[in-house]
Unconditional design. Structure first.
Length: 260
């Protein structure tokens, strides 16, 4: 049975949906993107959990969805490293030591960092459209999103999921990525510390990143790594073509050895 509740992590309320009914099975942990939340995953977590016989945890990061709001939109350059530390605290609070991470965009990056920094908790990573460094195409995508925010009903659409947090989270995303000091952000130095199995999913037409993100990730980790490159697909494969993505993710998880 899926529990829907607030978890308090270091004094901060975080909304979670958690199912731990399958004893001895791993927990699929879903990490949303820079504008995402639990609700925007729709039924992907439930479908993948059912297909693989795994438990599932989905949560809203601080400032998103139903979780506590951000205190400020100003983020340090290493904010995703800090998000991985926060996730570690959440997994510790829930006594989860066998996580399979499925992260999209920022969530994919956080998943990679988590696997590098806290390997004892992570069984495997599915990184969808994650970033390990800043590219010009990424910045163009952010600027295009900012223009859409100013000229379309994007704020109203986001408000359905984030309420009055929308302006703060949007500024946090766009202003961080376009700041001059963020241009040099890079987590390649962490990749050598990833030893668990990795599947990197990327749309070939991703408007926020090139295939360099994939190649430089899978060639620098020290665990088994596979890639799933999808022609004609953009930044959100799990929404654009959910069935093939679920099939590939299911195959990847079923091949893992959970005895160790």
């Amino acid at each position: 049975m899926m529990q829907k509740k607030m978890a308090v992590i270091k004094g901060t309320e975080v909304y979670i949906e958690y199912n731990n009914d399958f004893e001895g099975r791993p927990v699929l942990v879903f990490l949303h993107d820079s504008l995402g939340c639990v609700q925007l995953w729709r039924d992907i977590p439930a479908q993948l959990a059912e297909a693989t016989g795994c438990n599932v945890l989905v949560y809203d990061r601080v400032g998103y969805g139903k979780s506590s709001p951000m205190l400020t939109y100003e983020r340090p350059v290493n904010y995703m490293e800090l998000e991985a530390d926060f996730l570690n605290d959440l997994l510790t609070e829930l006594n989860i030591n066998n996580a399979l991470l499925f992260g999209h965009s920022d969530g994919g990056t956080i998943a990679l960092i988590m696997a590098a920094k806290y390997p004892e908790k992570i069984k495997a990573v599915i990184c969808e459209a994650g970033h390990i460094f800043v590219e010009e195409v990424t910045l163009k995508g952010v600027y295009d999103a900012w223009e859409a925010y100013k000229t379309t009903n994007l704020p109203e659409r986001l408000a359905k999921y984030h309420g009055d947090k929308v302006e703060m989270l949007f500024k946090a995303w766009t202003e961080t990525w376009t700041r001059e000091d963020y241009r040099s952000w890079n987590i390649e130095y962490l990749l050598k510390d990833i030893h668990c199995p990795l599947l990197f999913i990327q749309g070939e037409a991703d408007e926020y990143g090139t295939l360099d993100q994939v190649e430089k990730t899978v060639t620098q980790v020290n665990g088994p790594a596979a890639k799933y490159i999808i022609p004609g697909i953009g930044h959100t494969p799990h929404k654009e073509i959910p069935e093939p993505v679920l099939k590939k993710a299911t195959e990847f998880i079923r091949e893992l050895d959970f005895k160790n």
